[in-house]
Design a protein around this ligand. Structure first.
Ligand code: SF4
Length: 328
């Protein structure tokens, strides 16, 4: 690792090909953070098991997600570690050790746990309750001092900080207490214009899509529901197409807003422009992705090397933790 401001850790469940929501919400931040921090980005496959009943996609989704990350600019050449959570098994060991200092009440009172119980009452498993402890293990195993979070995600990190403080109070100052780095994690709506963009809701647009597929999905997007006819003035502020123009058509968005309000542009034309701009924006990404995918070993080699280097950090932390506890 280099000599930067600090060490960032962030993890994401393997979800396969990434969509615009993943890109605007996380990937572009991941890429930008590399300039200032040593970054560790982890495909958290073990976390996925708490809610995933169907595991046969894990291998493919891990590969596709990592390929998108690397093609988008997450760069091992800059010292960034990219690896798979389960390939560094010390995380499971630390999870158990941290679970011994984590009161059960801290976990069961978390709003995220209660939400999951509501969502999957038939599968309230032990791993689901311990999810925040595994998250704390991910962060502390690699001595990360910085975790990028959106404003509404701050409570997720707070439980890690509480666990670290409690461990250090009992056993001495061993673990690094991470700080939140508040980052703009943009929430992107799906093509339905109502719910957050999500693969499971099939309301997403994949960033690796070919231009004709991007166009097909964009043309399906909901627009201003009050605009029934081409001659009706539109309300771009409630239109998800307009929101995406804000990211991908920065030079045109003001004019599009004016034209929409004056009914000088129709939604079909407006969407066509968005589709063209999206296809152009991601053209270098698609090209890089195809280059990387041409070598079927490349992604797995990067993940293996990331795990090897992450294991070196993990071995030191685990040794310090065990010694502090007094394990023989
Ligand atoms: Fe949305 Fe564009 Fe239609 Fe206006 S013209 S409602 S911004 S799609």
């Amino acid at each position: 690792m280099g000599n930067k401001k600090g060490r960032v850790f962030s993890g994401a469940r393997p979800t396969g090909r990434q969509h615009l929501g993943n890109y605007l919400g996380a990937i572009r931040n991941y890429v930008a953070l590399q300039d200032e921090y040593d970054c560790i980005y982890c495909v958290v496959d073990l976390h996925a098991l708490t809610t995933l009943s169907d595991t046969d996609k894990l291998h493919e989704w891990t590969y596709e997600m990592a390929l998108d990350w690397l093609a988008a600019g997450i760069d091992p050449e800059q010292g960034t570690l990219v690896f798979i959570q389960s390939h560094v098994p010390q995380v499971v060991e630390l999870h158990l050790l941290l679970s011994m200092v984590t009161p059960l009440g801290w976990l069961t009172r978390l709003p995220t746990f209660k939400e999951k119980v509501r969502q999957q009452p038939e599968n309230v498993n032990y791993g689901l309750v311990g999810y925040p402890v595994l998250m704390a293990s991910d962060i502390t195993l690699y001595k990360a001092d910085t975790v990028p979070v959106g404003v509404d995600q701050a409570p997720h990190l707070e439980i890690t900080r509480e666990i670290v403080r409690r461990f250090n109070r009992i056993f001495g100052e061993v673990l690094v207490e991470p700080q939140a780095k508040h980052t703009e994690f943009t929430k992107v709506l799906g093509i339905d214009g109502e719910q957050k963009m999500s693969k499971s809701l099939n309301n997403h647009i994949e960033i690796a899509s070919a231009p004709d597929e991007i166009k097909r999905r964009v043309m399906e997007m909901m627009t201003d529901p009050a605009r029934q006819y081409r001659s009706d003035p539109g309300h771009p502020e409630v239109c998800n197409v307009f929101t995406l123009h804000g990211f991908f058509s920065p030079g045109e968005v003001a004019q599009i807003g004016t034209d929409c309000r004056a009914a000088d542009i129709g939604c079909v034309q407006c969407k066509q422009r968005l589709a063209e701009n999206l296809a152009a924006y991601f053209a270098p990404f698609r090209e890089r992705r195809a280059e990387l995918a041409a070598d079927p070993d490349y992604v797995w080699d990067v993940l293996a090397e990331g795990a090897r280097r992450a294991s070196e950090i993990a071995a030191v932390t685990i040794a310090e933790v065990k010694a502090a506890i007094g394990l023989p």
